[in-house]
Write a protein that binds this ligand. Structure first.
Ligand code: GLU
Length: 509
């Protein structure tokens, strides 16, 4: 049965989604789904100056990739739409007017030039009660002067009138009781000259109209919270206010400050969920998806950045996260991001994933590397053979291209120092055995049988298997890696094996 729980993710479409942003979505989603509630995506695009084309689509694509499907959104619709604030413009003015009528907001007629001049005159100028009466607004001017300005259609904004000497508080689900001194809060603009609300007014009005019960967002929004609490008090009543949680930051690997896009570039790991190309600069920031992370792993590692269920368990499916999630196990402190650990999650999910699904996911990487795959069933088999060795999806190329084509480079330098005529004779004899099988129509031989044959031939040549296995491996795959040698021979079949041995014998002469 559906509950009344309604949560929202309310991003401004200004660029790629940082992993902290996706974790905010995830915690909202898990909380709602755990309680059979609804998860809403609301696009907060009232700041037209920060609007970036493509950013909303990117947000929707990221949520879809992660499997965090909204119940209501611009795309999915829903009973409280529109879900894009720019399309709700007409709804906000009445609330600004109500605040004016109640004396909780005022008209401000200051021009950008006047504001600039004031900022130059007063370092760290804040439009707040300490300077309110020095400015051109309905608090400072006479009612007649204000009427005149309004009659003359003088452009104005509406600002909140933050009260003097009050304490504003909220019960944060993660942090507990948080207090703010109103003397430190500035008179934020609520409605701009073009009639568009600012984020502060729109977030409160929409949380109310959309019946949001819980508002979870990043810690960076905590300084704005007193304005929101005041607006709730003036417009709808504090008893109607959603429960707040400000989620701790994701920190740099060394724990020193918030993990930024630049840290990722500096340290060589993704910070965004998916590749993001900034249309203004045409620069691309890499994403977890394109780096070869599975969405299951990405979601799992994000959940563990700041939450655990109190046990040592680390691998969780979405269903398990939904079943086990509770906000009281979200840590108060920031969580350090560790890329090696992130890759470990991915490796675990690669191991768990069924080979057929995995083959479909790695196929594009093979196409990109121009490695032809004749039979999909062979790719499925190979994926199963090497998946234990892969952390990221592109690793499948390095770990398995030799199943599909002869290696381009053979590390003969690792064979040469111990290479001698006896070993050459051995490999020549081995190709003769394989060739005689091919001549009788045998395509391949099971690995176990190949191993037995190999060992018998080694004994006949009075050599030790240990001295021959490494050269054999290098001849087949090009280097010192890969799964069992005889499993490789079985998979690439006898003809190819012969060709690869012969090629290496030539290189070694
Ligand atoms: N629009 C804000 C953002 O861009 C949302 C903050 C909130 O959830 O209240 O993140």
């Amino acid at each position: 049965m559906d509950s009344k729980v309604r949560v929202r993710f309310a991003p401004s479409p200004t660029g790629g989604l940082h992993l902290g942003g996706v974790r905010t979505v995830l915690f909202n989603y898990l909380f709602a789904k755990h309680l059979n509630g609804k998860f809403i995506l609301r696009i907060e695009d009232t700041d037209q100056t920060r609007f970036v084309p493509g950013a909303e689509q990117y947000i929707q694509d990221t949520l879809a990739w992660c499997g965090l499907t909204p119940d209501e959104s611009p795309l999915h619709g829903g009973p409280y739409g529109p879900y894009r604030q720019s399309e709700r413009k007409a709804m906000y003015k009445q609330y600004a007017d109500k605040l004016i009528a109640q004396g909780n907001a005022y008209y401000a007629f200051d021009t950008p030039e006047e504001l600039d001049a004031k900022r130059k005159e007063i370092p760290n100028f804040q439009y707040s009660l300490s300077h309110r009466l020095e400015m051109k607004n309905s608090e400072a001017l006479s009612p007649e002067a204000v009427d005149d300005l309004l009659k003359n259609n003088t452009p104005y904004v509406i600002r909140i009138k933050v009260p003097e000497n009050e304490e504003v508080s909220l019960e944060d689900v993660i942090r507990g009781h948080v207090n703010f001194d109103t003397n430190m809060v500035d008179d934020k603009v609520l409605l701009k000259a073009d009639g568009m609300p600012t984020y502060h007014l729109a977030v409160v009005v929409d949380d109310h109209l959309m019946k949001i019960t819980h508002a979870f967002r990043g810690e960076e929004w905590l300084p704005s919270a007193p304005v929101h609490v005041l607006l709730w008090k003036y417009l709808f009543g504090l008893d109607k206010m959603p429960k707040w949680a400000h989620l701790p930051l994701i920190l740099k690997p060394d724990g020193n400050g918030k993990l930024s896009k630049r840290d990722g570039e500096r340290l060589g790991f993704p910070v965004f969920a998916m590749d993001w190309t900034d249309p203004n600069t045409n620069t691309t920031t890499i994403g977890f998806k394109e780096r070869g992370f599975l969405p299951e792993a990405f979601v799992n590692l994000l959940a563990m950045l700041g939450w655990n269920d109190g046990t040592d368990k680390e691998i969780y499916s979405m269903e398990e996260l939904i079943a086990g999630f509770s906000l009281d196990r979200v840590h108060k402190g920031g969580a350090k991001f560790d890329y090696e650990k992130a890759k470990w999650f991915n490796a675990e999910w690669i191991k768990k994933m069924d080979n057929e699904k995995l083959a479909t996911l790695v196929k594009p990487y093979f196409d990109e590397a121009k490695i032809e795959i004749h039979e999909h069933s062979y790719l499925i088999k190979v994926v199963g053979l090497v998946k234990e060795r892969c952390n990221l999806l592109p690793d499948f190329i390095a770990q398995s291209s030799f199943y599909f084509q002869a290696p381009k480079e053979i590390d003969t330098a690792s064979i040469a120092p111990k290479w001698d005529a006896k070993k050459r004779a051995f490999f020549e004899a081995l190709t003769t055995i394989y060739q005689s099988k091919v001549d009788t129509g045998i395509i391949t031989t099971p690995a176990l049988e190949l191993e037995t044959e190999f060992k018998e031939l080694v004994a006949k040549h009075e050599l030790k298997p240990g001295e021959l296995m490494l050269p054999f491996r290098i001849m087949l795959v090009g280097g010192k890696f890969g799964p069992g040698v005889f499993e490789i021979v079985e998979a690439i079949e006898l003809k190819d094996t012969i060709a690869r041995i012969q090629h290496s014998l030539q290189l070694l002469s």
